[in-house]
Ligand binder design. Structure first.
Ligand SMILES: *Cc1c(COP(=O)(O)O)cnc(C)c1O
Length: 242
């Protein structure tokens, strides 16, 4: 969890919301016998103006998540260089070149083709690229991600790409208020990780990136160690998307 900077009377809103979110994270950790130190927070700044991102930055946040390459490239220009950017959205193959070397972590590698392109771009730049494998744990047709049944085979092929460092798994919870369904989806991701740890022990499967504004407490209870929160801190977005 991030440590917030001192109270700033000129910019209280973002800090107050962050404070409240961190309190809820702590409480969920306590309920589930976990340490809040295990939890990383990515602030999702898609559709958020650079000014507001700067405010969150001044509060001490360094990890921000974006889902559109063009939007991210434009905003990045005006923001501090030490921000760790996370690509959390579906990534078109022809945009892969922009994120290699530019983001700290991709959360959304959802197909073999993309991993191959990341490998090629990383080779070209003499870099490695860290990514999570996105799994569609809810089976909702509108969601990207490998189906649980195809994860093992696809991962075995991704493992051949020496410049693509797999770091764990990501999922988006189902679009429902049914708590048991949401938990099931998160539990599925955790179970898949356990299988992968067994099948591919040389890979570090550390990350379980799951939990958004509406379901992050359930995600913590089900083992999440990386939350992706936007609305809880920046407020509702205006545009409809995915
Ligand atoms: C938008 C988005 C989030 C953040 O959603 P909120 O409900 O605003 O917290 C998290 N993950 C992904 C993949 C997203 O696209």
């Amino acid at each position: 969890m991030p440590v917030l900077a001192a109270y700033d009377k000129f910019n209280p809103m973002i800090r107050n919301r962050l404070q409240a979110v961190l309190g809820r994270i702590e409480a969920a950790c306590t309920r589930s016998g976990r340490s809040a130190k295990e939890i990383e927070l990515v602030l999702v700044s898609k559709q958020v103006d650079a000014g507001l991102i700067q405010e969150a930055y001044q509060t001490g946040i360094r990890d921000f998540g974006e889902n559109r390459v063009q939007e991210w490239l434009a905003k990045r220009e005006t923001l501090p260089r030490d921000i760790r950017w996370h690509m959390i959205g579906h990534l078109q193959t022809n945009k892969a070149k922009h994120v290699v070397g530019g983001v700290a972590l991709i959360h959304s590698c959802d197909r073999l083709d993309l991993a191959l392109e990341l490998q090629k771009q990383a080779e070209k730049k003499g870099l490695t690229v860290q990514t999570l494998v996105q799994v569609n744990t809810s089976g909702e047709e509108t969601k990207y991600g490998l189906s649980p049944a195809e994860v093992k085979k696809t991962v075995s092929e991704m493992c051949r790409f020496d410049r693509v460092k797999l770091g764990g798994l990501m999922t988006i919870g189902p679009f429902t208020s049914e708590e048991s369904e949401i938990r099931k989806s998160f539990r599925t991701l955790r179970e898949i990780r356990a299988e992968l740890q067994n099948d591919f022990p040389s890979v570090d499967w550390h990350y379980l990136s799951m939990g958004m504004t509406n379901d992050f407490e359930l995600a913590i209870e089900e083992g999440a160690n990386c939350l992706r929160l936007g609305t809880a801190v920046f407020g509702a977005r205006s545009k409809v998307e995915n």
